[in-house]
Ligand binder design. Sequence first.
Ligand SMILES: Nc1ncnc2c1ncn2[C@@H]1O[C@H](COP(=O)(O)OP(=O)(O)OP(=O)(O)O)[C@@H](O)[C@H]1O
Ligand SMILES: [Mg+2]
Length: 237
Amino acid sequence: MENNNVILQVRGLRKTYGSGENEVRALDGVDLDICEGQLFVILGSSGSGKSTLLNMIGGMDAPSSGSILFRGKEIGRFKDRELTDYRKRCIGFVFQSFNLIGELTVKENVELTANTRKDPHIADSMLELMGLSEKKKKYPSQLSGGQQQRVAIARALAGDADILLCDEPTGALDFETGKQILKQLERLSREYHKTVVIVTHTREIAQMGDRVINMKDGRIVSSYENEDPVPAERIDW
Ligand SMILES: Nc1ncnc2c1ncn2[C@@H]1O[C@H](COP(=O)(O)OP(=O)(O)OP(=O)(O)O)[C@@H](O)[C@H]1O
Ligand SMILES: [Mg+2]
């Protein structure tokens, strides 16, 4: 890939938890480039450092050392205000457990991140994009798992995020529902040219990525570019 469309650059990223005997090297020197519009997959077994990496990229947690550059700017140097803006405007986060607010309706959940100044109808548009227009006034507890995950994606998108970070987006879902979610994420990348990062421990799911990195013990042990990514429709796991 050409370097000029790199949206995110990670260099020498380390994260250590605890100290002495309890020290855990969650990230042990990670380098990667994510290009604009790419469907980027982070594959690795439990404890390999995937969520830690995603949280650092999302500006939710600070690394012990190393740097993360978003469009060439180091996020570690951002002032509080810039970091808040980065989290809110540049990054959309989709969690394994949906993280919806139970007391708010579907639409209110999506409006939490909505950039209404830019587009007052953004929440409605994103819910429509996710096929949820009929569920707007419902509460999360009235929806299926897959529907809740789609609300979470709509919410992540409503802030007009440049990068969508998805931590095990199918983890809490059955196969068919999980597949629907992957198809939505694929569509966001292919049709809407969003940069989508998917964390998974499932090798088959990784095949849909344009670029796949494989993590082990806080390091990238392999990385490959997929000339011919497998459509989500054809993936079985
Ligand atoms: N807050 C924390 N304090 C101490 N250790 C932590 C903390 N968060 C993560 N770790 C450790 O860092 C390592 C990487 O954790 P991480 O959550 O990034 O793994 P993961 O690849 O996301 O795993 P999973 O697939 O189970 O979600 C693990 O050994 C974990 O125990
Ligand atoms: Mg994790």
